[in-house]
Design a protein around this ligand. Structure first.
Ligand code: GDP
Ligand code: IMO
Ligand code: MG
Length: 421
């Protein structure tokens, strides 16, 4: 093989990356998260149980896999320690199968407070951050001030922590925002102690050695391409590169060692937080999608905004990621609609466009193509041939437009509710 395959989201996150990684893991030995942090919530369902992972890779439930938190990830030790405890309460021992990059940055208690203070100061224009401290932690990374996992064992950890905390307190004095850092700080240092039992690794060497040895590696992304800091709906984005290129920088894998790129999308669209969403439905249809799809955030519980599939945006993110295989999720949520719509262009004040413009603001109006719906319950179907004709036409239209085959169709949250083509 001698390549790393990548799983990533093509929309605004929550496409179902957790489920897909769990489904694909039997074909891999190593699962490596490459960016984002506890802003992510990846849900898995199997054997009647449900789990949500925030920092730990979604291969963790398959015995024998090695799960790596890569250098591109930002880690909150409180959240990671809680995830570990929750999983180990079920009897598992993660010591040998979870490894953490020394180069991954730490989210400090004051990063969380800075995130909250910055959002509060923005008022109506707030990004709708998950308030996990993601933006401030990545700012310190690129500002070359960050604290990394490798620093924990450096002997200079406390000195570096205190220096950065002092800087943050200075920044916080600029805001009219009251806070108490003491309690979270106590939990944070407890979290740091709990992390010490895991192996802190030079993940770039470890991952490349696996690749050299033909050991199959799957890179797991967080968020989605439309939240990418460069190509997403800026400034309503997250603070990392969520694209395939982020797998290179977030793991130390060279671009020519990327193999399959699995691009995941929902059969419709959702977004949580602020920012433009051209196909959003603020009506009964949107409500129906939210109810049928149980569209409430896995990390924050917030209701997700819902709308029709946006092919203009999907084609854009297929291009940016070099997607080689599409995976369509939540197809069952469209059961029973008389008509299913897909945006194929945007009407702008300057005319119609098939591409994503610099600003995706409220002036855009989607141009829809309509498809007949289906009355069958897709969640019971396991073979492509058994799917209703109108649904297959919907899928074939999407793959023809994107120029990439849809290789997996998900028809329910469970591992088993999956159709491989
Ligand atoms: P992620 O962040 O990309 O891993 O996605 P989330 O876990 O945040 O959100 C996806 C949600 O949809 C989760 O609750 C999944 O259990 C659920 N889900 C995944 N695939 C399907 C599907 O095919 N049908 C339905 N109905 N739900 C699904
Ligand atoms: P997964 O991996 C959906 C959104 C937030 C907000 C914006 C910035 O589960 O798909 P941040 O906390 O990063 O500063 O928030 O990005 N966001 C997500 N939306 N799924 C996610 O992750 C997200 N992670 C961040 O709602 O709009
Ligand atoms: Mg999620």
């Amino acid at each position: 093989m001698k390549k790393t395959d990548v799983v990533l989201g093509l929309q605004w996150g929550d496409e179902g990356k957790g489920k897909v990684v769990d489904v694909l893991t039997p074909g891999y030995k190593v699962i490596a998260r490459f960016q984002g942090g506890p802003n992510a919530g990846h849900s898995l369902h199997f054997n009647g149980e449900s789990y949500v992972l925030h920092t730990i890779p979604s291969g963790i439930f398959r015995p024998g896999t090695v799960n790596i938190i890569g250098n591109g990830v930002v880690i909150d030790p409180v959240i990671l320690a809680a995830e570990v405890e929750q999983l180990e309460a079920g009897g598992a021992d993660l010591s040998g199968c979870l490894k953490v990059s020394k180069r991954a940055h730490l989210i400090m208690p004051t990063h969380r407070i800075l995130d909250a203070a910055s959002e509060a100061a923005k008022g109506k224009t707030k990004i709708g951050s998950t308030l996990k401290g993601i933006g401030p932690a990545y700012m310190d990374k690129t500002g070359r001030n960050g604290l990394r996992v490798g620093d924990i064992v450096s002997g200079k950890f406390m000195e570096r922590y205190e220096a950065l905390k002092a800087k943050h307190l200075g920044m916080l004095s600029q805001y009219d925002y009251s806070f108490d850092v003491a309690e979270y700080e106590r939990q944070w240092f407890e979290g740091i102690e709990k992390l010490r039992r895991f192996e802190f690794i030079d993940s770039e060497y470890v991952v490349n050695k696996y690749i050299d040895g033909d050991v199959p590696v799957l890179a797991e992304g967080a968020q989605g391409a439309l939240l990418d800091v460069d190509f997403g709906t800026y400034p309503y984005v997250t603070s990392s590169n969520t694209l395939c290129a982020g797998a290179c920088t977030g793991l130390g894998v060279a671009p020519n060692r990327i193999g399959e790129v699995f691009g995941i999308f929902k059969a419709y669209c959702t977004r949580v937080g602020g920012g433009p969403f051209p196909t959003e439905l603020e009506d009964a249809t949107g409500e129906r999608l939210r109810e049928a799809g149980k569209e409430f955030g896995a990390t924050t519980g917030r209701p997700r905004r819902c709308g029709w599939l946006d092919l203009v945006a999907l084609k854009y993110t297929v291009m940016l990621n070099g997607v080689t295989a599409l995976i369509m999720m939540k197809s069952d949520v469209l059961n029973g609609f008389d008509t299913v719509k897909v945006a194929v262009a945007y009407k702008t004040p300057d005319g119609e466009t098939p591409t994503v413009p610099y600003e995706l603001d409220g002036q855009l109006e989607p141009v829809y193509r309509e498809f007949p719906g289906w009355s069958e319950d897709l969640s019971k179907i396991r073979r492509w041939e058994d799917l209703p004709r109108s649904f297959r036409e919907y899928v074939e239209f999407i793959e023809a437009e994107c120029g990439v085959p849809v290789k997996i169709i998900s028809v329910g949250p469970d591992r088993e509710e999956t159709i491989l083509r």
